[in-house]
Design a protein around this ligand. Sequence first.
Ligand SMILES: Nc1ncnc2c1ncn2[C@@H]1O[C@H](COP(=O)(O)OP(=O)(O)OP(=O)(O)O)[C@@H](O)[C@H]1O
Ligand SMILES: [Mg+2]
Length: 346
Amino acid sequence: MPSKDLEANGSEASRETGKRAASKPAGLKAYGSLFGSSDVMLQLYEQIERVAQTEATALIVGESGTGKELIARTIHDRSARHDGPFIAVNCGAIPDSLIEAELFGHEKGSFTGAAQARGGYFEHASGGTLFLDEVTEMSPVRQVKLLRALETGKFFRVGGTDEIVSNARVIAATNRDPNMAVKDNLLREDLMYRLAVFPLRAPPLRERGSDRELLAQHFLDELNADNNAAKTFSKGALDTLRSYNWPGNVREMKNAVYRAFILAEDIVDLPNPNVAQRAKRAPVNGDAVNVWVGTPLAEAQRQIILATLKHCGGDKKRTAKALGVSLKTLYNRLGTYETEESGAPQ
Ligand SMILES: Nc1ncnc2c1ncn2[C@@H]1O[C@H](COP(=O)(O)OP(=O)(O)OP(=O)(O)O)[C@@H](O)[C@H]1O
Ligand SMILES: [Mg+2]
């Protein structure tokens, strides 16, 4: 790990994320687009530095909001491909029937609606990096095609007969434990081994010690710089930053700072979400849930999901249908709520 990169001030990351430069809090190290000085982050920087020098496929594993995409971006930026494209694809957001055409492209008339031939993400990312987020959400059938493309470095457009040579470096990510995903038949074992030539772990915020305050201060500094303001954290806000578990990780904390910044005159207060949620739990009126103005979206979603589940007498299938989400999504959400309720000391 070149120490000069770590010691460099925040301007490098600010340049790479296209943000206005804000002075970096003392003690906060920056590496590529990532910020953090805890041991787990320093180890991660070392690993990124190594993998960036190679063409190896990497699999980034970590909870939601821990910075997996930023890690992928940083690998790309530090690699020989940095002048090429970086294309991020959320595999979980593309209907399974379309993913093959999205990744590999399609020829005209290859399926209903394919009026024009079109290149896919593998072609667009040529000379650069293709970041496949939520790779386990692709069905096993599509995973076979992906594996083939990775193994042979070649693929066909859907409906195409000419083999295309891929020149994209693939980095994948998942917020599931890959071994568990294999056991649950969500991830093909052969694909896991192929992707995880170089496994990387995005550590959750709760393992990053004093990075929590430093990162929050960094986000506040950025907001101050962007808004020509000079707001500061209250003592209570600093307590919350240290003691709250931040189940949504960096994303949740960053959004909490943003919300608190908007609400604050000069002193930015950050109420402990545990306490605030207990005090403000939405009143349920018959079939309606009253959600307070300013309730974080994730919390509003939780209240709607739980109230609908109750309304449906605990029938998860009906609940998922009523909410217009897949049963899998509902189970995921309920699992998260259970973990949070019984979670580590807040
Ligand atoms: N180390 C970090 N330094 C600065 N900002 C960070 C860091 N880690 C994450 N962030 C910020 O947190 C947010 C979430 O990051 P990112 O989208 O990379 O997470 P993710 O793990 O890919 O999330 P998901 O699992 O939901 O896809 C972004 O706004 C990102 O800029
Ligand atoms: Mg992501």
